[in-house]
Design a protein around this ligand. Structure first.
Ligand code: MSP
Length: 468
Protein backbone atom coordinates (compact mmCIF):
# COMPACT_ATOMS: atom_id res chain seq x y z
CA UNK A 1 0.00 0.00 0.00
CA UNK A 2 1.78 3.10 -1.14
CA UNK A 3 -0.03 6.14 -2.43
CA UNK A 4 -3.52 4.73 -2.88
CA UNK A 5 -5.72 2.24 -1.12
CA UNK A 6 -8.58 0.23 -2.59
CA UNK A 7 -10.66 -2.06 -0.38
CA UNK A 8 -13.77 -4.09 -1.17
CA UNK A 9 -16.40 -6.05 0.76
CA UNK A 10 -18.32 -9.02 -0.61
CA UNK A 11 -21.42 -7.90 -2.45
CA UNK A 12 -24.27 -9.46 -0.49
CA UNK A 13 -27.12 -11.45 -1.97
CA UNK A 14 -30.39 -9.57 -1.92
CA UNK A 15 -32.41 -12.69 -1.15
CA UNK A 16 -31.72 -11.79 2.48
CA UNK A 17 -31.86 -8.56 4.44
CA UNK A 18 -28.74 -7.18 6.12
CA UNK A 19 -27.75 -8.82 9.41
CA UNK A 20 -24.81 -8.44 11.76
CA UNK A 21 -22.79 -11.04 9.84
CA UNK A 22 -22.77 -8.77 6.79
CA UNK A 23 -22.27 -5.77 9.05
CA UNK A 24 -19.17 -7.31 10.61
CA UNK A 25 -17.31 -7.51 7.29
CA UNK A 26 -18.49 -4.14 6.07
CA UNK A 27 -17.58 -2.43 9.35
CA UNK A 28 -14.08 -3.81 9.30
CA UNK A 29 -13.67 -2.58 5.74
CA UNK A 30 -14.86 0.84 6.87
CA UNK A 31 -12.18 0.86 9.59
CA UNK A 32 -9.46 0.21 7.04
CA UNK A 33 -10.86 2.80 4.63
CA UNK A 34 -11.08 5.45 7.34
CA UNK A 35 -7.59 4.68 8.56
CA UNK A 36 -6.07 5.06 5.11
CA UNK A 37 -8.09 8.18 4.36
CA UNK A 38 -6.46 9.78 7.36
CA UNK A 39 -3.01 8.72 6.10
CA UNK A 40 -3.34 9.25 2.36
CA UNK A 41 -6.17 11.76 1.99
CA UNK A 42 -9.78 11.00 1.04
CA UNK A 43 -9.20 11.18 -2.67
CA UNK A 44 -6.61 8.41 -2.55
CA UNK A 45 -8.89 5.84 -0.99
CA UNK A 46 -11.59 3.85 -2.73
CA UNK A 47 -13.95 1.71 -0.68
CA UNK A 48 -16.41 -0.41 -2.61
CA UNK A 49 -19.51 -2.15 -1.23
CA UNK A 50 -22.63 -3.39 -2.97
CA UNK A 51 -25.20 -6.07 -3.71
CA UNK A 52 -25.23 -9.29 -5.73
CA UNK A 53 -28.56 -9.28 -7.53
CA UNK A 54 -28.64 -11.92 -10.26
CA UNK A 55 -28.92 -15.69 -10.29
CA UNK A 56 -31.28 -18.45 -9.35
CA UNK A 57 -31.35 -17.79 -5.61
CA UNK A 58 -32.39 -14.14 -6.00
CA UNK A 59 -34.88 -15.03 -8.77
CA UNK A 60 -36.49 -17.57 -6.45
CA UNK A 61 -36.70 -15.05 -3.61
CA UNK A 62 -38.43 -12.60 -5.97
CA UNK A 63 -40.91 -15.25 -7.03
CA UNK A 64 -41.67 -16.12 -3.41
CA UNK A 65 -42.47 -12.47 -2.83
CA UNK A 66 -44.67 -12.42 -5.92
CA UNK A 67 -42.51 -9.84 -7.65
CA UNK A 68 -40.56 -9.48 -10.85
CA UNK A 69 -36.84 -9.90 -10.10
CA UNK A 70 -35.99 -6.31 -10.93
CA UNK A 71 -38.81 -4.91 -8.78
CA UNK A 72 -37.70 -7.18 -5.94
CA UNK A 73 -34.00 -6.30 -6.07
CA UNK A 74 -34.85 -2.60 -6.29
CA UNK A 75 -36.66 -3.00 -2.98
CA UNK A 76 -33.98 -4.92 -1.13
CA UNK A 77 -30.73 -3.29 -2.30
CA UNK A 78 -31.52 0.03 -0.55
CA UNK A 79 -31.87 -1.84 2.76
CA UNK A 80 -28.17 -2.66 2.60
CA UNK A 81 -27.26 0.89 1.68
CA UNK A 82 -29.35 2.21 4.58
CA UNK A 83 -27.91 -0.27 7.06
CA UNK A 84 -24.37 0.82 6.23
CA UNK A 85 -25.30 4.44 6.47
CA UNK A 86 -26.92 3.90 9.89
CA UNK A 87 -23.66 2.34 11.08
CA UNK A 88 -21.79 5.36 9.74
CA UNK A 89 -20.08 3.15 7.19
CA UNK A 90 -19.10 5.27 4.23
CA UNK A 91 -18.36 3.35 1.04
CA UNK A 92 -17.02 5.48 -1.81
CA UNK A 93 -19.47 3.71 -4.11
CA UNK A 94 -22.25 1.16 -3.77
CA UNK A 95 -22.32 -1.17 -6.75
CA UNK A 96 -25.36 -3.14 -7.83
CA UNK A 97 -24.81 -5.93 -10.32
CA UNK A 98 -28.00 -4.98 -12.17
CA UNK A 99 -26.35 -1.67 -13.05
CA UNK A 100 -26.11 -1.69 -16.88
CA UNK A 101 -22.59 -0.29 -16.59
CA UNK A 102 -21.52 -3.37 -14.65
CA UNK A 103 -23.28 -5.63 -17.15
CA UNK A 104 -21.37 -4.00 -19.98
CA UNK A 105 -17.96 -4.51 -18.34
CA UNK A 106 -18.80 -8.14 -17.57
CA UNK A 107 -19.68 -8.79 -21.22
CA UNK A 108 -16.48 -7.12 -22.42
CA UNK A 109 -14.31 -9.03 -19.98
CA UNK A 110 -15.84 -12.38 -20.87
CA UNK A 111 -15.39 -11.68 -24.57
CA UNK A 112 -11.75 -10.98 -23.90
CA UNK A 113 -11.31 -14.25 -22.02
CA UNK A 114 -13.15 -16.09 -24.82
CA UNK A 115 -10.87 -14.54 -27.43
CA UNK A 116 -7.85 -15.42 -25.30
CA UNK A 117 -8.87 -19.06 -25.67
CA UNK A 118 -9.68 -19.80 -22.02
CA UNK A 119 -13.35 -20.60 -22.56
CA UNK A 120 -14.84 -23.62 -24.33
CA UNK A 121 -18.23 -25.24 -24.68
CA UNK A 122 -19.07 -28.41 -22.82
CA UNK A 123 -21.73 -30.24 -20.90
CA UNK A 124 -22.12 -30.17 -17.17
CA UNK A 125 -23.94 -32.53 -14.92
CA UNK A 126 -23.91 -32.48 -11.19
CA UNK A 127 -25.67 -31.53 -8.01
CA UNK A 128 -26.36 -27.84 -7.65
CA UNK A 129 -26.90 -26.07 -4.33
CA UNK A 130 -29.02 -22.98 -4.88
CA UNK A 131 -28.12 -21.66 -1.41
CA UNK A 132 -24.43 -21.58 -2.35
CA UNK A 133 -25.12 -20.91 -6.02
CA UNK A 134 -22.61 -23.60 -6.95
CA UNK A 135 -22.20 -27.19 -8.06
CA UNK A 136 -21.11 -29.46 -5.23
CA UNK A 137 -18.47 -32.13 -5.56
CA UNK A 138 -18.92 -35.61 -4.08
CA UNK A 139 -16.52 -34.82 -1.27
CA UNK A 140 -18.42 -31.67 -0.30
CA UNK A 141 -21.70 -33.53 0.22
CA UNK A 142 -22.75 -34.66 3.68
CA UNK A 143 -25.32 -37.49 3.47
CA UNK A 144 -26.33 -36.14 0.09
CA UNK A 145 -26.83 -32.61 1.39
CA UNK A 146 -24.85 -29.38 1.30
CA UNK A 147 -23.31 -28.90 4.76
CA UNK A 148 -24.15 -25.17 4.65
CA UNK A 149 -27.76 -25.65 3.52
CA UNK A 150 -28.98 -28.86 5.14
CA UNK A 151 -32.62 -27.93 4.61
CA UNK A 152 -32.60 -27.77 0.82
CA UNK A 153 -31.77 -30.80 -1.23
CA UNK A 154 -29.22 -30.09 -3.99
CA UNK A 155 -30.79 -30.48 -7.43
CA UNK A 156 -29.40 -32.51 -10.27
CA UNK A 157 -28.65 -30.34 -13.28
CA UNK A 158 -27.40 -31.32 -16.70
CA UNK A 159 -26.95 -28.70 -19.35
CA UNK A 160 -24.78 -27.23 -22.05
CA UNK A 161 -22.44 -24.70 -20.47
CA UNK A 162 -19.36 -22.71 -21.22
CA UNK A 163 -16.32 -23.64 -19.19
CA UNK A 164 -13.29 -21.73 -17.99
CA UNK A 165 -10.00 -23.66 -18.21
CA UNK A 166 -9.48 -23.62 -14.48
CA UNK A 167 -7.28 -26.71 -14.49
CA UNK A 168 -4.74 -25.01 -16.74
CA UNK A 169 -5.00 -21.69 -14.89
CA UNK A 170 -4.65 -23.32 -11.48
CA UNK A 171 -1.06 -24.25 -12.30
CA UNK A 172 -0.26 -20.57 -12.84
CA UNK A 173 -2.17 -19.59 -9.72
CA UNK A 174 -0.34 -21.96 -7.43
CA UNK A 175 2.99 -20.53 -8.58
CA UNK A 176 1.78 -16.99 -8.01
CA UNK A 177 0.66 -17.80 -4.49
CA UNK A 178 3.95 -19.50 -3.69
CA UNK A 179 5.94 -16.58 -5.15
CA UNK A 180 3.93 -14.18 -3.03
CA UNK A 181 2.49 -12.35 -6.05
CA UNK A 182 -0.64 -11.98 -3.98
CA UNK A 183 -1.34 -12.79 -0.36
CA UNK A 184 -4.01 -14.83 1.29
CA UNK A 185 -4.26 -13.85 4.93
CA UNK A 186 -4.15 -15.48 7.47
CA UNK A 187 -1.52 -18.09 6.63
CA UNK A 188 -3.90 -20.95 7.47
CA UNK A 189 -6.27 -19.85 4.67
CA UNK A 190 -3.39 -19.69 2.26
CA UNK A 191 -2.34 -23.23 3.23
CA UNK A 192 -5.93 -24.39 2.75
CA UNK A 193 -6.03 -22.86 -0.73
CA UNK A 194 -2.68 -24.32 -1.75
CA UNK A 195 -3.63 -27.79 -0.50
CA UNK A 196 -6.79 -27.74 -2.56
CA UNK A 197 -4.92 -26.43 -5.59
CA UNK A 198 -2.53 -29.33 -5.31
CA UNK A 199 -5.37 -31.79 -5.80
CA UNK A 200 -6.93 -32.31 -9.24
CA UNK A 201 -8.76 -29.14 -10.29
CA UNK A 202 -11.70 -29.42 -12.66
CA UNK A 203 -12.63 -26.74 -15.15
CA UNK A 204 -15.49 -24.57 -13.96
CA UNK A 205 -18.75 -23.90 -15.74
CA UNK A 206 -19.25 -20.16 -16.13
CA UNK A 207 -22.67 -19.96 -17.77
CA UNK A 208 -26.19 -21.18 -17.18
CA UNK A 209 -28.69 -22.31 -19.80
CA UNK A 210 -31.58 -22.58 -17.37
CA UNK A 211 -31.26 -19.28 -15.50
CA UNK A 212 -32.71 -16.28 -17.27
CA UNK A 213 -32.14 -13.73 -14.46
CA UNK A 214 -28.58 -12.83 -15.34
CA UNK A 215 -26.28 -11.16 -17.82
CA UNK A 216 -26.45 -12.76 -21.28
CA UNK A 217 -23.29 -14.50 -22.51
CA UNK A 218 -22.09 -12.06 -25.17
CA UNK A 219 -21.55 -14.67 -27.93
CA UNK A 220 -24.51 -16.89 -27.03
CA UNK A 221 -27.50 -14.94 -25.79
CA UNK A 222 -29.40 -18.12 -24.86
CA UNK A 223 -27.19 -18.45 -21.81
CA UNK A 224 -26.50 -16.17 -18.89
CA UNK A 225 -23.23 -15.67 -17.06
CA UNK A 226 -22.93 -17.77 -13.88
CA UNK A 227 -23.76 -15.43 -11.02
CA UNK A 228 -20.51 -15.97 -9.12
CA UNK A 229 -18.40 -15.10 -12.15
CA UNK A 230 -20.13 -11.79 -12.76
CA UNK A 231 -20.28 -11.02 -9.05
CA UNK A 232 -16.51 -11.27 -8.69
CA UNK A 233 -16.09 -8.97 -11.66
CA UNK A 234 -17.83 -6.19 -9.67
CA UNK A 235 -14.53 -5.37 -7.96
CA UNK A 236 -13.03 -4.52 -11.30
CA UNK A 237 -16.09 -3.21 -13.14
CA UNK A 238 -16.72 -0.37 -10.68
CA UNK A 239 -13.20 0.96 -11.15
CA UNK A 240 -13.63 0.66 -14.90
CA UNK A 241 -17.00 2.38 -15.37
CA UNK A 242 -16.29 5.02 -12.75
CA UNK A 243 -13.06 5.71 -14.63
CA UNK A 244 -10.93 4.98 -11.61
CA UNK A 245 -9.20 1.96 -13.06
CA UNK A 246 -5.81 3.45 -13.79
CA UNK A 247 -5.76 4.89 -10.30
CA UNK A 248 -7.13 2.10 -8.14
CA UNK A 249 -6.92 -1.29 -9.84
CA UNK A 250 -5.66 -3.73 -8.60
CA UNK A 251 -7.41 -3.80 -5.23
CA UNK A 252 -5.27 -3.69 -2.11
CA UNK A 253 -7.65 -5.74 0.03
CA UNK A 254 -10.59 -7.97 -0.80
CA UNK A 255 -12.10 -8.46 2.64
CA UNK A 256 -14.24 -11.61 2.87
CA UNK A 257 -15.59 -14.26 5.21
CA UNK A 258 -14.10 -17.73 5.06
CA UNK A 259 -17.16 -19.17 3.28
CA UNK A 260 -16.19 -17.56 -0.01
CA UNK A 261 -12.44 -18.13 0.16
CA UNK A 262 -12.06 -20.39 -2.91
CA UNK A 263 -13.97 -17.99 -5.16
CA UNK A 264 -11.69 -15.14 -4.13
CA UNK A 265 -8.37 -16.89 -3.76
CA UNK A 266 -8.60 -18.97 -6.94
CA UNK A 267 -11.58 -18.40 -9.26
CA UNK A 268 -11.21 -14.63 -9.24
CA UNK A 269 -7.48 -14.89 -9.97
CA UNK A 270 -8.22 -17.30 -12.82
CA UNK A 271 -10.61 -14.80 -14.40
CA UNK A 272 -8.09 -11.99 -14.08
CA UNK A 273 -5.18 -14.00 -15.45
CA UNK A 274 -7.30 -15.15 -18.39
CA UNK A 275 -8.23 -11.52 -19.08
CA UNK A 276 -4.62 -10.25 -18.80
CA UNK A 277 -5.41 -8.11 -15.77
CA UNK A 278 -3.28 -7.47 -12.68
CA UNK A 279 -4.17 -9.44 -9.55
CA UNK A 280 -5.39 -7.97 -6.24
CA UNK A 281 -2.76 -7.74 -3.55
CA UNK A 282 -4.43 -9.22 -0.50
CA UNK A 283 -7.32 -11.56 0.15
CA UNK A 284 -8.08 -10.92 3.80
CA UNK A 285 -10.24 -13.60 5.35
CA UNK A 286 -12.13 -13.45 8.62
CA UNK A 287 -13.95 -16.25 10.41
CA UNK A 288 -17.60 -16.95 10.93
CA UNK A 289 -19.56 -16.37 14.06
CA UNK A 290 -22.62 -18.06 15.42
CA UNK A 291 -25.26 -16.44 17.65
CA UNK A 292 -25.87 -18.26 20.93
CA UNK A 293 -24.30 -21.34 19.39
CA UNK A 294 -26.40 -21.30 16.23
CA UNK A 295 -25.48 -20.34 12.71
CA UNK A 296 -27.14 -17.15 11.55
CA UNK A 297 -29.95 -18.20 9.29
CA UNK A 298 -33.06 -16.87 7.75
CA UNK A 299 -34.98 -20.04 8.54
CA UNK A 300 -33.96 -20.05 12.22
CA UNK A 301 -34.98 -16.42 12.41
CA UNK A 302 -32.04 -15.56 14.64
CA UNK A 303 -30.44 -13.00 12.36
CA UNK A 304 -29.98 -9.74 14.25
CA UNK A 305 -30.52 -6.61 12.19
CA UNK A 306 -27.86 -3.92 12.66
CA UNK A 307 -30.74 -1.55 13.57
CA UNK A 308 -31.45 -3.52 16.77
CA UNK A 309 -27.90 -2.87 17.88
CA UNK A 310 -27.89 0.78 16.94
CA UNK A 311 -31.16 1.47 18.77
CA UNK A 312 -29.82 -0.09 21.92
CA UNK A 313 -26.17 0.94 21.96
CA UNK A 314 -25.93 3.93 19.62
CA UNK A 315 -24.02 3.91 16.36
CA UNK A 316 -20.55 3.85 17.88
CA UNK A 317 -21.61 1.47 20.62
CA UNK A 318 -22.87 -0.92 17.93
CA UNK A 319 -19.66 -0.45 15.95
CA UNK A 320 -17.53 -1.23 18.98
CA UNK A 321 -19.50 -4.27 20.07
CA UNK A 322 -19.49 -5.77 16.60
CA UNK A 323 -15.86 -5.04 15.84
CA UNK A 324 -14.73 -6.56 19.12
CA UNK A 325 -17.21 -9.44 19.15
CA UNK A 326 -14.82 -12.10 17.87
CA UNK A 327 -11.09 -12.26 17.20
CA UNK A 328 -10.59 -11.15 13.60
CA UNK A 329 -9.82 -14.18 11.46
CA UNK A 330 -11.23 -16.62 14.00
CA UNK A 331 -14.60 -18.23 14.31
CA UNK A 332 -16.52 -17.36 17.42
CA UNK A 333 -19.83 -17.40 19.18
CA UNK A 334 -21.74 -14.25 19.97
CA UNK A 335 -23.84 -14.35 23.10
CA UNK A 336 -26.60 -11.83 22.75
CA UNK A 337 -27.07 -11.30 26.47
CA UNK A 338 -23.40 -10.50 26.98
CA UNK A 339 -23.51 -7.36 24.90
CA UNK A 340 -25.20 -5.31 27.64
CA UNK A 341 -22.46 -6.29 30.05
CA UNK A 342 -19.72 -5.52 27.58
CA UNK A 343 -21.29 -2.16 26.76
CA UNK A 344 -21.35 -1.23 30.43
CA UNK A 345 -17.85 -2.50 31.16
CA UNK A 346 -15.95 -1.26 28.13
CA UNK A 347 -17.94 1.79 27.09
CA UNK A 348 -19.96 3.21 29.98
CA UNK A 349 -17.48 2.39 32.76
CA UNK A 350 -14.38 2.18 30.60
CA UNK A 351 -14.00 4.79 27.92
CA UNK A 352 -16.96 6.99 28.90
CA UNK A 353 -16.12 7.13 32.58
CA UNK A 354 -12.45 7.88 32.00
CA UNK A 355 -13.25 10.78 29.70
CA UNK A 356 -15.86 12.16 32.12
CA UNK A 357 -13.56 11.82 35.14
CA UNK A 358 -10.64 13.61 33.59
CA UNK A 359 -12.82 16.34 32.08
CA UNK A 360 -14.38 16.99 35.47
CA UNK A 361 -10.99 17.19 37.20
CA UNK A 362 -9.78 19.63 34.54
CA UNK A 363 -12.90 21.76 34.85
CA UNK A 364 -12.86 21.86 38.65
CA UNK A 365 -9.19 22.69 38.90
CA UNK A 366 -9.26 25.24 36.08
CA UNK A 367 -6.52 23.26 34.36
CA UNK A 368 -5.42 24.73 31.08
CA UNK A 369 -3.04 23.04 28.75
CA UNK A 370 -2.15 24.20 25.27
CA UNK A 371 -2.79 21.67 22.56
CA UNK A 372 0.54 20.14 21.55
CA UNK A 373 1.50 17.91 18.66
CA UNK A 374 -0.66 14.79 18.59
CA UNK A 375 1.20 11.90 20.18
CA UNK A 376 0.56 8.49 18.69
CA UNK A 377 1.11 4.88 19.47
CA UNK A 378 2.86 3.43 16.46
CA UNK A 379 1.96 -0.12 17.57
CA UNK A 380 -1.72 0.65 17.04
CA UNK A 381 -1.05 1.90 13.52
CA UNK A 382 1.14 -1.10 12.80
CA UNK A 383 -1.63 -3.46 13.83
CA UNK A 384 -4.02 -1.88 11.32
CA UNK A 385 -1.38 -1.83 8.63
CA UNK A 386 -0.72 -5.49 9.30
CA UNK A 387 -4.44 -6.05 8.87
CA UNK A 388 -5.19 -6.86 12.50
CA UNK A 389 -7.90 -4.35 13.35
CA UNK A 390 -9.09 -6.22 16.45
CA UNK A 391 -5.59 -6.04 17.88
CA UNK A 392 -5.49 -2.28 17.33
CA UNK A 393 -8.79 -1.93 19.17
CA UNK A 394 -7.46 -4.00 22.07
CA UNK A 395 -4.38 -1.78 22.28
CA UNK A 396 -6.56 1.32 22.51
CA UNK A 397 -8.41 -0.30 25.39
CA UNK A 398 -5.11 -1.03 27.08
CA UNK A 399 -4.46 2.73 27.06
CA UNK A 400 -7.87 3.28 28.64
CA UNK A 401 -7.20 0.72 31.38
CA UNK A 402 -3.69 2.01 32.04
CA UNK A 403 -4.91 5.58 32.35
CA UNK A 404 -7.67 4.47 34.70
CA UNK A 405 -5.10 2.72 36.82
CA UNK A 406 -2.78 5.71 36.73
CA UNK A 407 -5.59 7.85 38.13
CA UNK A 408 -6.40 5.35 40.87
CA UNK A 409 -2.77 5.25 41.90
CA UNK A 410 -1.97 8.97 41.73
CA UNK A 411 -5.33 10.08 43.22
CA UNK A 412 -5.44 13.54 41.61
CA UNK A 413 -8.53 14.47 43.68
CA UNK A 414 -6.25 14.55 46.75
CA UNK A 415 -3.62 16.71 45.02
CA UNK A 416 -3.12 20.31 43.98
CA UNK A 417 -0.57 22.65 42.42
CA UNK A 418 2.23 21.30 40.28
CA UNK A 419 1.54 17.71 41.33
CA UNK A 420 -2.06 17.88 40.14
CA UNK A 421 -1.01 19.69 36.97
CA UNK A 422 1.38 16.90 36.01
CA UNK A 423 -1.18 14.16 36.58
CA UNK A 424 -3.73 16.00 34.46
CA UNK A 425 -1.17 16.70 31.76
CA UNK A 426 -0.38 13.00 31.47
CA UNK A 427 -4.04 11.95 31.52
CA UNK A 428 -5.13 14.54 28.96
CA UNK A 429 -2.31 13.52 26.63
CA UNK A 430 -3.45 9.91 26.92
CA UNK A 431 -7.06 10.81 26.18
CA UNK A 432 -5.97 12.81 23.17
CA UNK A 433 -4.05 9.78 21.97
CA UNK A 434 -7.05 7.52 22.57
CA UNK A 435 -9.31 9.94 20.69
CA UNK A 436 -6.94 10.03 17.77
CA UNK A 437 -6.65 6.27 17.40
CA UNK A 438 -10.37 5.70 17.91
CA UNK A 439 -11.19 7.64 14.76
CA UNK A 440 -11.48 4.75 12.29
CA UNK A 441 -13.36 2.59 14.78
CA UNK A 442 -15.73 5.04 16.45
CA UNK A 443 -15.64 8.19 14.33
CA UNK A 444 -18.30 10.18 16.12
CA UNK A 445 -17.01 9.42 19.63
CA UNK A 446 -13.47 10.21 18.53
CA UNK A 447 -14.63 13.54 17.17
CA UNK A 448 -16.41 14.39 20.42
CA UNK A 449 -13.39 13.47 22.50
CA UNK A 450 -11.14 15.50 20.28
CA UNK A 451 -13.44 18.50 20.40
CA UNK A 452 -13.54 18.30 24.17
CA UNK A 453 -9.86 17.64 24.80
CA UNK A 454 -8.00 19.36 22.01
CA UNK A 455 -8.75 22.76 23.43
CA UNK A 456 -6.97 24.67 26.11
CA UNK A 457 -9.83 24.70 28.59
CA UNK A 458 -11.45 21.36 29.03
CA UNK A 459 -15.08 21.26 30.11
CA UNK A 460 -17.36 18.48 31.31
CA UNK A 461 -19.85 17.01 28.85
CA UNK A 462 -22.79 14.65 29.26
CA UNK A 463 -21.67 10.99 29.40
CA UNK A 464 -20.61 9.50 26.08
CA UNK A 465 -22.21 6.15 26.87
CA UNK A 466 -25.08 6.24 29.37
CA UNK A 467 -25.20 3.02 31.39
CA UNK A 468 -27.71 0.35 30.42
N1 MSP B 1 -22.96 -12.80 -2.98
C1 MSP B 1 -21.91 -13.55 -2.42
C2 MSP B 1 -20.60 -12.76 -2.40
C3 MSP B 1 -20.14 -12.33 -3.75
S1 MSP B 1 -18.67 -11.40 -3.62
C4 MSP B 1 -18.14 -11.20 -5.19
C5 MSP B 1 -22.24 -13.93 -0.99
N2 MSP B 1 -23.16 -13.17 -0.37
S2 MSP B 1 -23.67 -13.39 1.14
O1 MSP B 1 -24.75 -12.47 1.30
O2 MSP B 1 -23.93 -14.75 1.40
O3 MSP B 1 -22.51 -12.88 2.07
C6 MSP B 1 -21.48 -13.71 2.55
C7 MSP B 1 -20.56 -12.88 3.43
O4 MSP B 1 -21.32 -12.26 4.48
C8 MSP B 1 -19.46 -13.63 4.14
O5 MSP B 1 -18.33 -13.86 3.33
C9 MSP B 1 -19.16 -12.67 5.27
O6 MSP B 1 -18.44 -11.58 4.77
C10 MSP B 1 -20.54 -12.18 5.67
N3 MSP B 1 -21.17 -13.03 6.68
C11 MSP B 1 -22.38 -13.62 6.57
N4 MSP B 1 -22.65 -14.30 7.71
C12 MSP B 1 -21.62 -14.19 8.57
C13 MSP B 1 -21.32 -14.73 9.83
N5 MSP B 1 -22.17 -15.51 10.48
N6 MSP B 1 -20.12 -14.42 10.38
C14 MSP B 1 -19.22 -13.63 9.74
N7 MSP B 1 -19.46 -13.13 8.53
C15 MSP B 1 -20.66 -13.37 7.91
O7 MSP B 1 -21.65 -14.86 -0.48
Amino acid sequence: MNNKFYITTPIYYVNDVPHIGHAYTTLNADVFARYWKEKLGDENVFFLAGTDEHGQKVAEAAKKNGLEPKTYVDQVAPLFKEAWSALNIKPSFFIRTTDPRHEKVVAELLKKIYENGYIYEGEYEGLYCVGCEKFLTESELKNGFCPLHPNTRPVFQKEKNYFLKLNELSKIIIKKIKNGEYNIIPESRKAETVARLESEIEDISISRAGVSWGIPVPWDKKQTVYVWIEALINYYSATEFLEKKSRFWPADIHLIGKDILWFHSVIWQAILIAADLPLPKNILVHGFFTIDGQKISKSLGNAIAPREFIDKYGTDGARYLLLSAVGFGHDGDIKKEEFDKKYNTDLANGLGNLVARVAKLCEESGFSYPYKKQSKDRHIENAIEKMQPDLALKMIWRHIKNTDQFLSETKPWTKNGQELYEILETSVAEIRLIGYHLKPFMPKTAEEIQKQFNSETIKSNPPLFPRI
